[in-house]
Ligand binder design. Structure first.
Ligand code: ADP
Ligand code: MG
Length: 705
């Protein structure tokens, strides 16, 4: 039985949050800081010393020994360097502990050791981390002790963004400015801020740690590179929402407690579709916080898993042939006084502001589908998207019956006169309550689905940061808002102009709406007819970052400069090649050092058996051993040939100088060669004695957790 806890006692215990600040900071300082946090006012550096002092005292009282600037470089994971609070030896052999405003506000990190895509040469090392006061500092408790973590942005000596946070904060500024213009047009003069709210649902796998440690592929690449399907997969649908096993339950319990202490609103947990797969969703928060919290969720899942003898796999496709993991990014726009711009109300046909917002979002997604697709690209997601379990690689928008009907009315007759309503669902059982039926069904196959009062972008990979997708979403919608506001602000007759604009936008961008089955091959053909891009993989997606359209978009809203975009493209090409190379190397290592020797042992065992049987009983039938021996030897030959080819190709690809060409060569030559090596190995796994197979099988990993 796990320890019982009181959520309200532990929640936010390790966060330097508003109530701690109110208690510990002088009133004037608290007020100034709150202005920056809540209203985006410029940070007053003169308050830094006072805040730093209060933060240090609070942290030390709770056992903290170190502080760190916690940031999100372009490596996909977070980075930190710990400094203790000791500043000097004091009198009487004691120490002086200090933490200054300067140390809070600014840190220095060696920028050349993080991916910069050419923005920083190795000798130009200086980079800075800058305190992001909009995301509260927190205490992390683990084997190292207690560490004060200060969320920061990371930029180069010249100010170029080298992280995920800086562009995200810039994009929040952009959408705030433009969304307020739209609100003002509709007579709203009370809201002072519009902030994107995001709730990322995190999927993950848990496997037994001892078994994990026997698989070099999982250790080095986070996914299995070989593996035959077990007799049972997920066809019975018995895992989704299934009862949670004790061992997993106790893991989830500890994860929740850790997250609650960090102020993360862990809310929903359940078993997912694949065996050994689970999900955790927090309550949505403003996007900057949601991004940080998602990183904390991923770190916590990994750390706590180890304490339970488990390993958490965040890879998008850890097991071929089994459902992969994603991260549904639920996104909406909310004002500081609580209005959700994506709330259609009961009669959306009359809600003109909502219809304009919706029309702008459709336009944004249609015009910049390539950028959204790119934002969800990572190497792991290449194996997941389009795999009949995850959204296809084609971006489309699901709106559901009610909204599609309103749009059809508008486009076909020029006027929307009614909104379909949900009915009452009769259960047919007297003892059960009748249920209010939603106006619209769900569609799990859509990559970008409207769900009640938010859009759910379902393409993002499970291991990826949600920052890039939200940077794109915020900026493309800001652009559509800007273009609408530019037009409407100068209209003589606002009512008429807005009606015409909504109709025009819906008519022009209707092609992006698709309510049908996104997994079907018919949709691929239909999408092609509509001219929607179908970008199959990461290396094909990266060019979207540097088109003239993208540069204009991001420069207009000061989210990325051209140089920053070019550097990000370079980083992505380079990391693509590196990851594929690690996978290829791991494969050749496993095949050469573990699989080939195992098969040789197996063939020897068969040959021995034949010889022994025949020596005892010459007329006995040894054709089974013989057939197996022939098959195994033939496959062994295939493995050896594929192994040799893969080693040679790695050499060739590595020698290509251009990051882009190297990435293409990896995609077009190495990836298929890896498949070629995998095929005969997986076939052999099905026949070779279990005690000879050098690693745990899919069945062992997925069903014996
Ligand atoms: P699903 O049924 O889609 O799996 P979940 O409950 O697992 O739904 O997750 C939905 C996520 O969407 C949660 O993180 C939730 O807080 C978030 N969410 C709900 N409303 C909004 C909103 N208005 N804006 C952004 N996110 C939201
Ligand atoms: Mg969910």
């Amino acid at each position: 039985m796990s320890e019982r806890i009181n959520i309200s006692e532990v929640f936010g215990k390790n966060v330097f949050n508003e109530s701690v600040m109110r208690e510990r900071l002088p009133k004037s300082v608290f007020k100034k800081l709150k202005q920056t946090i809540e209203n985006g006012a410029e940070l007053d550096p003169s308050i830094a010393d006072v805040v730093a002092h209060a933060m240090k005292d609070w942290a030390i009282e709770r056992g903290a020994t170190h502080y760190t600037h916690w940031f999100q470089p372009l490596t996909g994971v977070t980075a930190e360097k710990h400094d203790s609070f000791i500043s000097a030896p004091g009198p009487d052999g004691k120490v002086i502990m200090e933490f200054s405003g300067k140390e809070l506000i600014k840190g220095e990190a060696d920028a050349s050791s993080f991916p910069s895509g050419g923005l920083r040469a190795t000798f130009e090392a200086r980079g800075y981390t800058a305190w992001d006061c909009t995301s509260p500092a927190f205490l992390r408790e683990d084997a190292i002790g207690v560490t004060l973590c200060i969320p920061t942005a990371f930029c180069s000596y010249k100010g170029e963004a080298l992280d995920q946070k800086t562009p995200l904060l810039r994009s929040m500024q952009a959408i705030n400015d433009q969304a307020l213009r739209i609100l003002r047009l509709f007579g709203n003069h009370t809201s002072t801020r519009v902030v994107p709210s995001v709730g990322p649902e995190q999927e993950y796998f848990l496997v037994d740690r001892e078994k994990y440690l026997k698989r070099k592929d999982l250790i080095y690449t986070g996914r299995t590179l070989f593996g035959a399907m077990p007799p049972k997969g997920q066809e019975l649908d018995d895992h989704y929402y299934g009862a949670i096993q004790e061992r997993i339950g106790s893991f989830m319990n500890e994860v929740n407690q850790e997250l609650w202490k960090l102020g993360v609103t862990a809310k929903t947990q359940h078993n997912e579709a694949a065996p050994a797969q689970h999900e955790l969703a927090p309550i949505y928060a403003q996007v900057n916080l949601a991004v940080d919290h998602n990183q904390m969720i991923m770190e916590t899942l990994k750390k706590v898993a180890e304490r339970h003898g488990l390993t958490c796999l965040l890879h998008e496709k850890p097991f071929a042939g089994v459902n992969g993991s994603g991260k549904h990014n639920n996104w909406s726009l909310t004002t500081d006084d609580g209005v959700n711009l994506l709330n259609p109300g009961d009669t959306p046909h009359e809600n003109v502001q909502f219809l304009l917002v919706l029309a702008c979002i459709l336009k944004a997604v249609d015009v910049h589908a390539d950028l959204l697709r790119e934002s969800a690209s990572d190497v792991g997601n290449d194996s997941r998207l389009g795999g009949n379990e995850a959204p296809p690689a084609i971006i489309s928008v699901f709106l559901g019956d009610q909204l599609e009907d309103v749009i059809n009315q508008l486009c076909d007759t020029g006027e929307a006169t009614h909104s379909k309503q949900g009915g009452t669902l009769k259960t047919g059982v007297a003892m059960l309550p009748d249920l209010d039926q939603d106006v619209t069904d769900r569609n799990r196959t859509s990559p970008f689905a409207f769900t009640n009062n938010k859009f759910e972008f379902r393409m993002v990979g499970s291991s990826d940061s949600v920052a890039p997708s939200n940077v794109v979403l915020n900026t493309i919608v800001a652009e559509a808002f800007k273009e609408a506001a530019d037009e409407l602000e100068k209209a003589d007759d606002f009512q008429m102009a807005v009606h015409d604009l909504i109709k025009k936008l819906f008519s022009e961008h209707r092609r992006i709406i698709f309510n049908g089955n996104g997994y079907s091959s018919a949709w691929v053909k239909e999408a092609e007819k509509r001219g929607l891009p179908n970008i199959s993989c990461m290396v094909e997606a990266i060019p979207a970052l540097t088109t003239e359209k993208a540069v204009k978009l991001f420069e207009t809203f000061h989210v990325y400069t051209r140089a920053e975009l070019e550097s990000r493209a370079e980083v992505e090409y380079d990391s693509y090649s590196k990851i594929i190379h690690i996978e290829a190397l791991t494969m050749t290592n496993i095949a050469g050092k573990q699989i080939i020797p195992a098969i040789i042992r197996y063939t020897a065992r068969l040959a021995d058996s034949m010889a022994k049987v025949q020596s005892v009983c010459p007329e006995a039938d040894t054709s089974v051993q013989r057939d197996l021996l022939i098959e195994a030897s033939a496959r062994l030959g295939e493995i050896k040939a594929a192994h040799k080819k893969l080693v040679e190709l790695q050499e060739e690809c590595r020698s290509i100088r251009s990051a882009k060409e190297r990435a293409h060569a990896c995609r077009e030559r190495l990836v298929p060669a890896m498949e070629e090596l995998r095929r005969p190995v997986d076939l052999l796994e099905r026949i070779v004695d279990k005690d000879l197979w050098p690693m745990p099988s899919y069945g062992d990993l997925l069903f014996e957790v």
